[in-house]
Ligand binder design. Structure first.
Ligand code: GLN
Length: 468
């Protein structure tokens, strides 16, 4: 019970405080919708329930949670920050949402994000960009920018978001908080709007690794609605590691030309500090590192082009009003409903799947993915975890012009974990000279979430600072 609430604090007090932070930070454009009355009513109900029977408190009693606008919550609007889904209200809740509600969490609102979770800075949202609370002239990262800032401003304990190629970890790094993506197959994707289905995973952002663990643990596990979930509920090798660790690092990642000097120096300082504490640093070579971005964007765009074909103007949300035929209806609805970045991905995805190009792009990218997965698996036979930067630099200015390819290349460090399906966390470890934070990313072996979170908690706990 005391994992979330402060000593003596009631749910009502905690929600009041969170809502005050929301009010105070309206200008940051964090929430698309705040469920203020609903959250207060639920807080009162939970307080009453526990006053009558203290033993009835659920495992997440008092946990205030924000949800990204790609996660379904029954009876609430769900738009993926796209005109295409404006006005759509979900008829069911995501399994993850149902599970946290069953354990007495309180949902405070729906957070802003890039359209259909495609982007790295929250600038593709139809609701406009979210601003970074540390420097309001800068992006919060993306696609889960609103989620990261909702944690930054103390509007919730934990934010639920999605991570297809770094969308939980990169904004966490840009905002100075923790971002955790579990292994593929741990948390049900039922009720998560699909982008790249073989990559998508619900992840969590917070400031306290124990709170993240609690919420994660409630959400994970098999669910009849998602056949890709693993059967194992256990965390097999999760004995607490007090011995010195073998920590791998990727040479190619640190030597990459995209890595900003101050971030590189910061990561190197962290590595020396770990060595001084008695851990062993093991240099590793990932042969296919140069291909991670092309492989990721070919595969996720292919999957997106297929997943987004369901938005046809007939079944969901936006429908063009001036169509004269069925074909017209599809074309006009999709043309006016999707933003430029989403269209770019659909076109790219359709191209790489088309006859004559399939083998050259899609099939080749699948092979690269397999090689990367196998290389990482071999590495985890030698090391306990692998560290690398979360992103090549800090949050960029809101008005900084970038080409799509420049934005894609900035995902160089985060897509690895999604290609391999392994768990990964970004822990805040430093700031550059302008005071902008950056994180270090820790990758763990498949399904070893518990061990990974515990190790990161021990290695980097002292850096868990809040910005208010
Ligand atoms: N920036 C990446 C992309 O646009 C990651 C997005 C995500 O993880 N949802 O694909």
């Amino acid at each position: 019970m005391d994992t979330f609430l402060k000593a003596g604090q009631s749910c009502v007090q905690a929600v009041q405080q969170a809502l005050a932070h929301v009010d105070h930070n309206q200008h940051l454009n964090v929430f698309i919708e705040v469920f203020a009355d609903e959250a207060m009513a639920r807080a009162r109900e939970l307080d009453q329930k526990v006053a009558i029977d203290p033993s009835s408190a659920g495992r997440l009693f008092g946990a205030i949670v924000s949800i990204k606008d790609v996660i379904a919550y029954r009876g609430h609007e769900l738009t993926a920050a796209s005109k295409m889904l404006e006005g759509y209200h979900s008829l069911f809740s995501a399994t993850a949402v149902e599970r946290i509600l069953a354990e007495d969490a309180i949902i405070i609102g729906r957070t802003n994000c890039d359209e259909f979770a495609m982007g790295s800075d929250n600038r593709t949202s139809i609701y406009g960009a979210t601003k970074n609370a540390i420097d309001e002239e800068r992006v919060p990262g993306g696609s889960s920018g609103g989620a990261a800032v909702s944690v930054q401003i103390d509007a919730c304990h934990v934010a639920l978001a999605s991570d297809t190629g770094g969308s939980v970890r990169q904004p966490a790094s840009f905002c100075g908080v923790i971002g955790f993506k579990p292994s593929y197959g741990r948390i049900s994707r039922h009720g998560l709007i699909a982008y790249g289905s073989s990559f998508d995973q619900i992840g969590l952002i917070g400031t306290d690794h124990e709170q993240i663990w609690e919420v994660y643990n409630v959400m994970q596990g098999q669910d009849g609605h998602d056949s890709t979930l693993v059967a194992r509920q256990d965390f097999p090798h999760s004995e607490s590691k007090d011995r010195p660790l073998r920590i791998g690092y990727l040479q190619a990642a640190l030597e990459h030309s995209a890595l900003q000097k101050e971030v590189k120096e910061g990561i190197q300082r962290v590595q020396s500090a770990l060595q001084d504490k008695g851990h062993e640093l093991v240099p590793l070579e990932l042969e296919h590192f140069d291909y991670v971005i092309p492989a990721y964007y070919v595969l996720t765009s292919a999957e997106a082009s297929s997943n987004l074909s369901r938005y046809d103007g007939v079944r969901y949300g936006h429908r063009a009003s001036n169509a004269k035929s069925l074909d017209d209806l599809y074309t006009l609805s999709r043309t006016s409903g999707f933003g430029d970045e989403v269209k770019r991905r659909i076109l790219l995805g359709t191209f790489v799947l088309s006859y004559g190009y399939y083998d050259a792009f899609y099939a080749k990218a699948q092979k690269v993915r397999r090689l990367i997965k196998e290389s990482l698996e071999t590495m985890f036979e030698q090391v306990d975890l692998i560290i690398l930067p979360t992103a090549p630099g800090v949050a960029w200015p809101l008005d900084h012009e970038m080409t799509p390819v420049e934005v894609y290349l900035a995902d160089i460090y985060s897509v690895l974990a999604n290609l391999a399906g392994i768990p990964a966390i970004s822990m805040p470890v430093g700031e550059d000279s302008a005071g902008m934070p950056y994180g270090i990313q820790c990758l763990g072996a498949s399904f070893e979430e518990k061990q990974l979170i515990e190790m990161c908690g021990k290695l980097f706990a002292e850096r868990q600072t809040k910005v208010t």
